[in-house]
Design a protein around this ligand. Sequence first.
Ligand code: GAP
Length: 508
Amino acid sequence: MLEDMDKLVSLCKRRGFVFPSSEIYGGINGFWDYGPLGVELKRNIKDAWWRDNVRMRDDMVGLDSSIIMNPRVWEASGHVGGFSDPMVDCRGTKERYRADQLFVFAYVFPAVNHKGEPTEAWLAGLGGTAGEAGELPEKKAAKLAKRFGQPAAPPSIIPYMQLDPNDRDKVIGPSTDDRGTLTAPRAFNLMFKTFVGALENESNVAYLRPETAQGIFANFKNVVDTGRVKIPFGIAQIGKSFRNEINPRNFTFRSREFEQMEIEFFCRPEEAKEWYAYWRQERFRWYVELGLQSDRLRLRDHDADELAFYSTATADIEYTFPFGISELEGIADRGDYDLSQHMKYSGKDLSYFDEDRKERFVPHVVEPSAGADRATLAFLCEAYTVDEVGGESRTLLKFHPRIAPIKAAVFPLVKRDGMPERAEAIYRELKRHYNVSYDEKGAIGRRYRRQDEAGTPFCVTIDSQTLTDDTVTIRDRDSCRQWRVAGAGVGAALGDLLEGRAVPEAGP
Ligand code: GAP
């Protein structure tokens, strides 16, 4: 189990999974690029989601809507008015913080020091998630203890949002040693604004979408009118979303540009509760099936005071990341709020006519909304493993074969005796069906380690025995077991292995 995020960040950089965006110019906070291995991993995750939720179902269709939409969409959805986080600025350092992630640690020291400085000192530190107490700003606390002696008691911890405005001047911000530099919290809209057309004026303002969901609601009527869909059915979409997050952090977990995988499932009002329960379980099962351990996952139901006013039930699927338990996906029973809002703002009738019952109604919606980047990060964290083989430590990524970026690597044991030619022929044949790689450089043990670190589940080696009986070895990444199969049947054998069938109990 990965405990130190830095190890994963460094492996991702070294092996070409994830790079900081525009790194040669010093990067840009909150934006990431997926390298050759990362793009395959993320694509496999999106493909698995699409296959399992769209192609394999009879009650789901897909959509690919535009990123920039008529700005009225975001008025109807409530994003123009209310999609904001409370923000606090530091007047000294110009740093900006999410007010709901800022906590104040108020210390009281036993006596005034020789300079007559106050015995009370207030430090602000950044917290984990909203509502939870923050981390103690340890370095600064130690500095204070040096100046004033040991505190008389543990500090009282006050969320910055609940701080009495009169006390703000006492607080030392996280990135400064001066008091009173933090501003009052104010709302900061997270949507990126742009202009459509040549004129940069208010009437040409548009937004980069902060979620893909609204593209689905805006197309509900199109899909009903043109498809052969019948309620209950869902519309699924994968695509980029953009949020000008105040504090992007934890690697790709909170980014400013990210991809969502969203479903809006439309049903009869009286069946919404049942569909909500169904999707809540179904989406949890999906992560487990692709390799996340269920004891590192939890389904957390929102308390009544966390629910949006239109939602009767919402649950988050959360994963135990090295930086804490955090949200992977939300499942919400949204009632008829979205379609009703769009009816009101567009003036178009988005109700549904049930032919069988001869009844017209506004469908209710259950929304499972996942993030492709967060899922990718969770699968990376889960896969990261260090073990020992032959007395040596190795790092491997234990991806489920379905999402592994490279499915198999083909090696000639040595670069002579016709082995490279036979290996290349097998590689070319496998490449027609799977993403495979060919490697003839360095000692065979080194080549295995390189593939282990890339998460490649199987290696196929062509050796001297291949030249006499045309068998090759297959090596399993996790157990390092090896066994022989006929060279002509290696494609079929690999197919079975990738499907999770026919992994031999013990190799020769
Ligand atoms: N349509 C509902 C919606 O967008 P959300 O909880 O704001 O709900 C859904 O977002 C999912 O999108 C989250 O569970 C997360 O996986 C992903 N997501 C949201 N903000 C993100 C960010 N800043 N960086 C990466 N992923 C994000």
